[in-house]
Design a protein around this ligand. Structure first.
Ligand code: CU
Length: 165
C-alpha cells in the first residue's frame, strides 16, 4: 500500500489540474473593492472589479442595488450577519440582472475609466449612499465567449450606540 501513495497523489493532482483548466479560462472575479462583506464607515464612490481575463464591458452587465431595508434590522447595519445578507443577495440577483426598468432602484452610475475590453472595471456609484446594505452584481462576457456572473455585498454602517464618531 505504501508504494501506491505517490501514484495516487499524482493522479489526484492531475485530476485537480484538469478540473481547474476550463474554470481558469472564464472571467472570474479576482478582486472586489470594496472587498466582499466590507463594513464601511464611509460610503464608497465607486466599485472596482478585477477579473481573471478581459471582459467585453459593453456586452456585460454591472449593477448595484440596495438590499431592501424591509428585510434588514438595525443590527444588520451595526454588526452585519454577512451570511444572511449574502443569502438575501443571492435571491435578489437573478431577477435584478434580468430587470430592465430598474433605473429607480439602481445606485450604480455607469462605468468610469474602463476600456471596451478590460479585466479591470470601475463602476461609479450614486453620491452619498445612505447607511444600508448593498449588492454589487455582474454578468460578464469574457473575450473567450463565456458568460459568468456573481455578486458581492458591502454594508455602509450605522455607528454603534455610544460609539465615538
Ligand atoms: Cu471561458
Amino acid at each position: 500500500m505504501q508504494r501506491q501513495r505517490p501514484t495516487l497523489r499524482s493522479l489526484v493532482a492531475v485530476l485537480l489540474l484538469t478540473a481547474a483548466g476550463p474554470v481558469l479560462a472564464h472571467a472570474e472575479v479576482e478582486a472586489v473593492d470594496p472587498r466582499r462583506d466590507a463594513h464601511l464607515d464611509v460610503a464608497p464612490q465607486r466599485v472596482r472589479l478585477v477579473f481573471s481575463e478581459p471582459v467585453e464591458t459593453r456586452f456585460s452587465l454591472f449593477k448595484v442595488y440596495p438590499l431592501a431595508s424591509a428585510s434588514l434590522g438595525p443590527a444588520d447595519l451595526v454588526d452585519p450577519d454577512f451570511l444572511r445578507l449574502n443569502g438575501l443577495a443571492a435571491a435578489l440577483v437573478p431577477g435584478a440582472l434580468s430587470a430592465r426598468d430598474d433605473a429607480d432602484v439602481r445606485v450604480d452610475r455607469g462605468l468610469i475609466d474602463t476600456a471596451d475590453r478590460s479585466a479591470d472595471v470601475t463602476v461609479a456609484l450614486a453620491p452619498d449612499l445612505p447607511v444600508g446594505a448593498y449588492v454589487v452584481m455582474w454578468r460578464v462576457l469574457a473575450i473567450d465567449g463565456h458568460t459568468t456572473q456573481g455578486h458581492a455585498v458591502f454594508v455602509v454602517r450605522a455607528p454603534a450606540q455610544g460609539e465615538a464618531e
